[in-house]
Design a protein around this ligand. Structure first.
Ligand code: UDP
Length: 237
């Protein structure tokens, strides 16, 4: 078995990734399948932490567009990510993977608060740490929180699980002529406005020399394969 190319990674899962084919909420089979993939990567000896999104339940911008104060709506969005984090924790534990959830908004009866050094210790012990509530601040996204946590945790790479196997010149599900990029620079991502991660997340990754690996989260085993340098993905450096 090829050895993993990274020792410690952060996986960013959007809310959409947990939704499967549904229009809203969580799809248990999808969450279980992702848990199995994470288990495969942990079995390689890689330390894994996860940032989950909340767009399958609530997005601050949607709340704000219907008249709610943006900061208030963003708090609701962050709470949505906690629900997803708990679902992911359940699925991982059912798969036999030890986990801890740490929330940027303290909720002591539900999960741990975010404490960087404690999270690091969990990872050293082989636990998967799931970071909930994004950055804890409104006007941010969980993509930016993922870049932030990956930098704080000194991860070797940020894995962004998407619906397709990399970054394309156009949406490959709509345009059959769309081309997949094998590598891209952070500046390419910013200049071409490729809708994979927001600009704040890309800038943070760039400043911290954190490679972003974009791969298909729905292809069973892809996370493990990419970790061994196989399969199809895009590397942003
Ligand atoms: N959010 C926030 N601060 C953060 C991260 C997230 O306020 O640091 C809120 C924001 O309202 C966002 C929602 O949480 O719309 C859900 O996160 P996101 O849209 O990034 O989820 P994803 O698109 O990954 O499912």
């Amino acid at each position: 078995m090829p050895s993993p190319i990274y020792k410690r990674v952060l996986l960013k899962l959007s809310g959409e990734a947990l939704m499967g084919t549904r229009d809203y909420g969580l799809d248990n089979a999808t969450v279980r399948a992702i848990a199995q993939d994470i288990k495969g990567v942990v079995a390689l000896g890689v330390e894994v932490c996860v940032v989950v999104g909340g767009g399958n339940i609530f997005r601050g911008v949607a709340g704000a567009s219907s008249g709610m104060e943006r900061a208030q709506a963003d708090s609701m969005g962050m709470l949505a990510t906690v629900m997803n984090a708990l679902a992911m924790q359940s699925a991982l534990e059912r798969a036999g993977v030890p986990t801890r959830v740490q929330s940027a908004i303290p909720m002591s009866s539900v999960c741990e608060p975010f404490i960087r050094r404690r999270a690091e210790r969990h990872m050293e012990k082989g636990r998967v740490v799931i970071f909930a509530a994004g950055s804890g601040n409104p006007f941010f996204t969980t993509d930016t929180a993922a870049a932030l946590r990956a930098a704080e945790m000194r991860c070797d790479a940020l894995f962004k699980g998407t619906q397709v196997d990399g970054v394309y010149s156009a949406d490959p599900r709509k345009n059959p002529n769309a081309e997949r990029y094998v590598t891209l620079t952070y500046l390419d991502m910013l200049a071409r406005d490729l809708a994979v991660m927001d600009a704040a997340a890309i800038s943070l990754a760039r400043e911290n020399k954190l490679p972003i690996i974009v791969f298909n989260i729905h292809e069973q085993g892809a996370f493990t394969a990419v970790m061994q340098g196989e399969g199809r993905f895009t590397t942003v450096v």
